[in-house]
Design a protein. Structure first.
Length: 340
């Protein structure tokens, strides 16, 4: 990566090292190959574990926004931990015989090299899917087509990176008994948020019953780990072009599909270290070494919970009547529906 700084190429090089060191333990392929300023780049997917069509799947996504490097780092750290545990962790070995794990650690490699939110054409990939908000969106933040020189530019057509992610997730969903997704971002608020669809409308997500079941199990299993604020993204702001909104409206609703967006609260890092305000990456990434290490381990419990939930087939085992009840409870919790 001679044309770019080591800092901007760090996550890309880390992914290459993981592939070189552990490729005998997983399957990997490029979802997209392209050149940016003379550098050969790819959007790489890694899969471990079960290949059966009826296996549950968990997908971890990072690096949709190039400036939010910590998201890719959290995904890469968890992947590295799993690979290093494979030789001795008998629980993990048993889990991988029944569950498919997938990783796309860096969706936007050109953005990483540029240190920018958008891709090489300044397109914000999380505003780029072909879905329009049904209600008003926040000016600019909700996605705009005024100019690529302004932030949150939607693009005029679907970017290649967006299409690669959408096609891969669609394929995973078609060959799995359930699909859980954790997409790691940073930059909103003082707390860690877990957002689920919708972002384009205030109306409830059809899979809210599945979300509520996961919420109940996590709260009961980890009662002292409740630093996440779980809610629909539309409770905070609405956007055009959200990839996960587009996917939940396109896939077969018979197979459970729950995409969660982890929005790490980077304002808390800035509050503790105001000097981060003097550099743009400091708005989105922890810069003190001890804080950086803490963030890399902070979300391991959540990520492992998703693996264990898939292994236990907790979504597949729900009966239609249980799912109806959970849906009603979720609507009461997040939308005050059914309350008299």
């Amino acid at each position: 990566m001679s044309r770019f700084s080591f800092e901007h190429a760090f996550e890309i090089d880390t992914l290459k090292r993981l592939i070189a060191q552990h490729q005998a333990h997983f399957r990997h392929r490029s979802l997209l190959d392209f050149y940016y300023r003379g550098e050969a780049l790819s959007v790489t997917a890694i899969e471990l574990g079960a290949q059966d069509a009826d296996a549950p799947c968990v997908l971890f996504v990072g690096g949709v926004h190039g400036v939010e490097r910590i998201g890719a780092q959290v995904v890469l750290a968890f992947l590295g931990s799993l690979l290093n545990r494979l030789e001795w962790d008998t629980h993990l070995q048993a889990l991988l015989r029944k569950v498919r794990l997938a990783f796309i650690p860096i969706v936007n490699p050109a953005g990483f090299l540029r240190g920018s939110r958008g891709n090489g054409q300044d397109v914000d990939l999380m505003r780029n899917a072909p879905i329009e908000a049904q209600e008003g969106v926040t000016f600019l933040v909700g996605g705009q087509r005024f100019s690529q020189h302004l932030p949150w530019y939607r693009g005029e057509t679907m970017a290649a990176e967006t299409k690669a992610l959408i096609d891969y997730v669609t394929s995973l969903h078609q060959r799995s008994s359930s699909l859980l997704v954790l997409d790691a971002h940073s930059g909103f608020g003082l707390r860690d948020h877990l957002w689920f669809p919708h972002a384009h409308t205030r109306e409830p997500f059809a899979g809210i019953g599945y979300v509520y079941q996961l919420h109940k199990l996590f709260e009961k299993g980890y009662p002292h780990h409740g630093h996440y604020q779980l809610a629909p993204q539309s409770h905070f702001y609405r956007t055009h072009g959200d990839i996960w909104d587009y996917l939940v409206t396109q896939v077969d609703g018979k197979t459970p599909f729950v995409p969660l967006t982890l929005e790490m609260g980077s304002w808390a890092w800035v509050r503790k270290n105001p000097r981060q305000l003097f550099n743009f990456p400091g708005y989105f990434n922890p810069q003190a070494p001890h804080r950086h290490h803490r963030i890399l381990r902070r979300h391991v419990v959540l990520m492992q919970f998703l693996l264990d939930a898939a292994y236990g087939r907790v979504l597949e085992r729900l009966t239609p009547s249980e799912l109806t009840r959970l849906t009603a409870e979720g609507q009461r919790l997040w939308f005050n529906r059914g309350v008299r």
